[in-house]
Design a protein around this ligand. Structure first.
Ligand code: SOE
Length: 404
């Protein structure tokens, strides 16, 4: 048997999500994580030791330029995504970028164009697509089992920022961006419901509020989901909560409640679809089942014995709960398979089995549209259609629209 040369991977970022990318690449057997990059020397050293990675460096530019590395995962604070991804693609790397792809859609689309020109595989971590039962939900909709979609609703509630003593770089708009709850978690709901329904959201009405206007600013190193270390009070401008009304093409209605301050809800993400024939619901904190109902019967569909495990990678069989980590691992599978097979991204544009940078750019447009709506107090239309097939133009600014 010939041994395939392992894809060489570097992960940049030592906060909440970087170590999970390392774990996902290893558990999926996609490649060898040869280096870890980070900004804080002490945190970097501790993280590299905990993960058993020999090479740890704060010289991120040097890491990106290293010709022996094939793939770079960018798991750093939001404001750095575009510059790091640009440098990585220009240096010939394939990239995985955490969401939000960028703080503004013009930069996001510039990145889409660059990856296209440079023929690099590039994806955004919309983790929730990776759950087997989210994929099953999409298949059921595509088979027509729900009939036509009339209503989509759901929520994404967290509580890790519920107290004024909670702080993290996401709260600082110069690092996290002008939107927080919508960009950080509302964007996941947006991507998941478009992915599952196959419908595009075309307009948004957003009601946003910053309910904790002053927070005790820690030194910024407090990691996501961890208690902060206190500090001077700082003014906060990004939203803690959002009520989002959306309209899908074809007329389906939608609504989502987003919050990072809802006590008792750690990562409570769900969506429910009302079709003309049946309804369907999925909850992230009970990820192995789907509720599938008509007026006559309500079924609980459970993940099948080998569902989501068609490649020989050691996924857990049914009854052995998978979850967020498994979803992240499975999300990367088609990306690494495309690289391993030498597939030309230009040839597969529009058919990628992984969430592309164009999907990431569209989610950035969703955030901008929500902000535009909240500012004017009216409906705002998503910019012109752009899709993974490579509408590579810079999208226009969201326009407010009015509904009677
Ligand atoms: C923090 O809100 C966060 O880690 C998000 O950044 C992730 O995208 C989400 O999956 C879990 O919550």
């Amino acid at each position: 048997m010939t041994r395939r040369t392992l894809i060489r991977v570097a992960v940049i970022g030592t906060g909440f999500v970087g170590p999970h990318h390392v774990d996902a690449v290893r558990r999926g057997g996609y490649g060898q994580v040869v280096a870890l990059g980070g900004a804080e020397p002490e945190q970097l050293a501790a993280c590299a030791q905990a993960l058993g990675i020999d090479r740890a460096t704060t010289d991120v530019a040097g890491l990106i330029a290293d010709p022996s590395i094939d793939v770079i995962h960018i798991c750093t604070p939001n404001a750095t995504h575009v510059s790091l991804a640009t440098a990585a693609i220009e240096s010939g790397k394939h990239v995985v970028v955490e969401k939000p792809l960028a703080l503004d859609s013009a930069s996001a689309w510039a990145l889409v164009r660059l990856a296209h020109t440079e023929r690099r595989h590039s994806m955004v971590s919309f983790t929730y697509r990776g759950y087997p039962m989210v994929q099953r939900a999409r298949a059921l909709v595509a088979e027509g089992q729900l009939g036509s979609i009339r209503l989509v609703h759901g929520r994404y509630l967290q509580d890790w920022l519920a107290r004024a003593s909670d702080y993290n770089w996401r709260v600082d708009t110069s690092i996290g961006g002008p939107s927080r709850a919508v960009a950080d978690i509302g964007a996941h709901w947006f991507d998941a419901v478009e992915y599952v329904t196959g419908l595009r959201i075309e307009a948004v009405f957003a009601d946003l509020a910053t309910v904790i206007a002053r927070r005790a600013k820690s030194d910024g190193s407090a990691s996501t989901f961890a208690a902060a270390n206190g500090g001077k009070m700082a003014q906060v401008s990004s939203e803690d909560v959002a009520n989002l009304l959306v309209r899908f093409e074809g007329g389906a209605l939608g609504a989502c409640v987003v919050s990072q301050v809802s006590h008792g809800h750690h990562n409570d993400f769900s969506f429910e679809l009302t079709g003309s024939l049946r309804s369907l619901a999925w909850q992230q904190e009970r990820p192995e089942t789907l509720w599938f109902a008509s007026r006559d019967d309500a079924l609980t569909l459970t993940r099948g014995p080998r569902e989501g495990d068609d490649t020989g990678v050691p996924a857990l069989p049914a009854g052995h709960p998978e979850g967020w980590g498994g979803a992240l691992r499975d999300l990367f599978r088609p990306f690494y398979a495309a690289i391993a097979s030498g597939e030309d991204p230009a040839q597969s544009a529009g058919r990628s089995a992984y969430p592309t940078l164009a999907d990431g750019a569209r989610a950035v447009e969703f955030v901008e549209t929500a902000l535009a709506s909240a500012k004017t107090g009216s409906w705002a239309r998503m910019p012109g259609r752009a899709d993974a097939s490579g509408d590579l133009g810079v999208a226009s600014q969201p326009q407010p629209i009015h509904r009677s």
